[in-house]
Design a protein around this ligand. Structure first.
Ligand SMILES: Nc1ncnc2c1ncn2[C@@H]1O[C@H](COP(=O)(O)OP(=O)(O)OP(=O)(O)O)[C@@H](O)[C@H]1O
Ligand SMILES: [Mg+2]
Length: 478
């Protein structure tokens, strides 16, 4: 594709003579497209790929050069207040000048791409910007400047996006974190931040990140998946949704347990839609991700210490304060540390109907995690006392999981029913049963009831949620 920059027989780096570029260009373009379309597979594969690579490299070089010029020419202080339109105009003007000086001719599409990339570079996250805009991308994972993965539909894919070099990547990281008043460098090698659009951002830079900076972004979805969407996507069934509605409306304390990226926050958010609009809900998160639909919601976001090591406000601080703010329900985005004590106490003392998520692989595991967190928080309590505290605080554990085919499902709903001796007793009410694997590696499975009736069915009835007994009946095995 880049052949038109070549003098006949010249080197690929040699720019085309700038004489009448406008006329030569459309013809070249017209020629190019049908050829590529007419025999897509016939040409030796390496050649077009090679050309494409060269073209990209060349475009990359031009971009770097233009970027340098932009930074030289733009008044960066004025830029902060400039409108997007002004900035675009400025970019177009500077790049036209530079392209002419470099005697480089680009077609309309290439110019548009270049201008967009420069705009992204100056205002946003550079090469990551298109991925951020891509609705189908959930996560963006950068492993050094040359390797960027995205997660789509539960599966990781390598992209052909990359940064020019580590310095370029570091510059973008620095821009993001300095915008939220943080710093990242050798002495402060990792950082959490929230992007302007609400996405969760984490970066770790060398030397701790060995092969170049590591960046993870969990994209913020404006339209969070609701209960109906989750049922439609097969995350759980309508019967399970009816059960969960009763559980949340009847103020059971719910823990959503699951692995990284298994859909905990999404599930928590969907479950919160069952809360009555008249209730006062306070949410506490490290990064504000939840989007509650109710009218009466107070949102809190914890804060790490600043560069001087001061000003930290932990989730626990928020939670303690929340208890003085007359909440009907408290929702903690993820319980991961010392706040566990206050969370359990809140659940036990009048703020029933509270919810949180926890990083664990099964309902039993979730309980062990709670026990561990209590121990780590330095609370000296006999194990039995710890367990009875957990048993009386937690009513329901829903287990979210990302299966090997990328699908996210609620693989188990388990009720905590009390204590038997030293052990917390639980009963599973619904589960996902795997039946096999389709040829395309999709998991074949179904949701099923275990046959036990809910321990809370009396409570459901009293609150006006008279669930039919049939939802607890298992489908017989074939
Ligand atoms: N059932 C589902 N079907 C399709 N996509 C889903 C489903 N549940 C969640 N997702 C998507 O998966 C991504 C991860 O979900 P979510 O943030 O809820 O996970 P998480 O378990 O809270 O992750 P983390 O451990 O990183 O906090 C989100 O982009 C979300 O939109
Ligand atoms: Mg989460």
């Amino acid at each position: 594709m880049f052949s038109r920059y070549k003098k006949p027989g010249g080197s690929p780096q040699t720019p085309a003579p700038s004489a009448s570029p406008e006329k030569a260009e459309p013809a070249a373009q017209l020629n190019r497209k049908p050829v590529a379309a007419a025999k897509p597979m016939q040409a030796a594969k390496a050649a077009p790929a090679d050309k494409e690579k060269k073209r990209k490299e060349r475009l990359g070089e031009i971009k770097v050069e233009l970027h340098k010029r932009l930074l030289d020419n733009l008044n960066l202080a004025a830029l902060e207040t400039a409108s997007a339109q002004d900035l675009r105009q400025e970019i177009v003007a500077i790049s036209a000048e530079a392209l002419e000086e470099l005697s480089v001719v680009l077609n309309k599409d290439e110019r548009a791409t270049l201008h967009q990339e420069l705009f992204d570079e100056v205002t946003g996250l550079g090469p990551l910007e298109p991925l951020l805009k891509d609705e189908s991308v959930n996560d963006i994972l950068v492993n050094g400047p040359q390797q960027i993965f995205v997660e789509r539909a539960g599966k990781l894919q390598l992209t052909d996006v990359h940064f020019k070099d580590e310095r370029h990547l570091l510059r973008i990281i620095d821009k993001i974190v300095s915008a939220v008043g943080r710093r990242v460098d050798e002495s402060n090698p990792y950082v959490d931040a929230r992007l302007g659009d609400g996405s969760r951002f984490n970066a770790m830079v060398p030397p701790i990140a060995v092969d170049g900076s590591l960046v993870s972004i969990r994209k913020f979805k404006k339209d969070k998946l609701g209960v109906d969407d989750l049922v439609k996507f097969g995350a759980f069934t309508e019967e399970m949704a009816a059960y969960l509605q009763a559980a949340v409306a009847c103020r059971l304390n719910v823990i959503v347990s699951g692995g990284t990226g298994s859909g905990k926050t999404t599930t928590l958010n969907a479950l919160s839609s069952f809360i009555d609009n008249a209730e006062r809900i306070l949410t506490i998160e490290d990064t504000a991700e939840l989007q509650l639909q109710q009218t009466h919601v107070g949102r809190m976001e914890s804060r790490p210490a600043n560069v001087e090591g001061r000003g930290a406000v932990s989730q626990r601080d928020c939670l303690k304060n929340a208890l003085r703010m007359r909440p009907d329900r408290i929702i903690v985005g993820e319980t991961r540390g010392e706040e566990v004590i206050d969370m359990l106490q809140a659940m036990n003392t009048g703020h029933d109907g509270s919810m949180t998520t926890i990083h664990a692989n099964s309902a039993r595991d979730a309980v062990s995690r709670l026990e561990n967190m209590i121990a780590m928080a330095g609370i000296e309590m006999p194990l039995k006392a710890v367990r009875s505290q957990i048993a009386s605080a937690v009513n329901l554990i829903v287990q979210a999981s990302r299966l090997q085919d990328g699908s996210r499902r609620m693989v188990s709903i388990t009720e905590v029913t009390g204590m038997e001796g030293e052990v917390i007793s639980m009963q599973e009410v619904f589960r996902y049963e795997r039946l096999g694997l389709a040829p395309d590696n999709k998991i074949i499975g179904r949701f099923n009831a275990t046959g036990v009736r809910s321990y809370y069915s009396e409570r459901f009835k009293q609150w006006g949620y008279d669930l039919p007994a049939s939802i607890y009946e298992p489908i017989a095995a074939e």
